[in-house]
Design a protein around this ligand. Structure first.
Ligand code: ZN
Length: 256
């Protein structure tokens, strides 16, 4: 049986036997898949030790839609994740990306845009990019690609206009801003400063050149990070394991 070739990011590996691994991959072509890689724990073989967490690989997979697991027959390393060589902050940032993709995506739902966003984010994280901003951008844009972006333009309950002045109200149950009339009906409200809402809108616009223009002073970052993290908790109904390890400040730690 001949397999199909695709590009993939390793999201998780689990030891299956003395020689085999079960891997969770985000592929550009087929979305998230789980596959067994027989012989992957042997030093020599068709996998060449390439199946490490967050490695980007070219893989050959035999798809088994009716079995639980696909079969991985080959993997060739394109790029290894080097965050761990740089700092704990960059390592944790990589783990966060892997966890988000496992929790938010469905199996066999190809989203090339999400794959490309992920490889771009990983190269910022394990290079010299700004980790707090790269993660915020990843979280917000991945939610958007998955159709779960927070609604920031009109009231997410009645569709009416958002009042032009004063503090804004973000309702977790309607996934976005609500107007003054709908606000009292909402139980889980997060007050949001206008500067923070503006920074979130800029991130949602996906305009990379705008990143520099986002007002990312310490206060805006902390509030925006908190809002997005609570929103993700609300969507998932649980707190992701890596969330407590996300950067709390805009400044990236010293990697030296
Ligand atoms: Zn309303």
């Amino acid at each position: 049986m001949s397999g199909e070739t695709c590009t993939a990011i390793v999201l998780r590996t689990i030891e299956f036997s003395e020689t085999s691994l079960i891997v969770t991959l985000l592929t550009r072509e087929f979305g998230r898949i789980s596959a067994i890689a027989k012989g992957a724990r042997r030093p020599k073989g068709p996998f060449e030790g390439s199946l490490d967490l967050l490695s980007v690989c070219r893989v050959v997979v035999i798809r088994k839609p009716h079995a639980g697991l696909d079969l991985l027959t080959e993997a060739k390393l394109h790029r290894r994740f080097r965050g761990a060589e740089r700092s704990m902050e960059r390592t944790n940032a990589g783990y966060h990306v892997a966890e988000m993709l496992r929790l938010l995506t469905d199996e066999h739902d190809p989203l090339p845009e999400l794959y490309d966003l992920t490889t771009e984010t990983l190269s910022q994280i394990d290079g010299t990019g700004n980790v707090p901003l790269a993660l915020l951008r990843f979280d917000v844009l991945s939610l958007q690609i998955l159709g779960s972006a927070p609604g920031m333009d009109r009231c997410t309950h009645c569709g009416g206009e958002i009042p032009p002045a004063g503090r804004l109200a973000f309702a977790l149950d309607t996934s976005g801003l609500v107007c003054g009339t709908c606000r009292p009906k909402q139980h889980r409200i997060i007050p949001v400063r206008r500067a923070v809402a503006a920074a979130l809108r800029t991130l949602l616009s996906g305009d990379k050149d705008a990143d520099d223009a986002i007002d990312v002073d310490a206060k805006n970052y902390g509030e925006l990070r908190g809002l997005i993290s609570r929103y993700i908790q609300s969507l998932l109904g649980e707190t992701p394991r890596m969330q407590p390890f996300l950067p709390t400040k805009m400044e990236t730690g010293n990697d030296a």
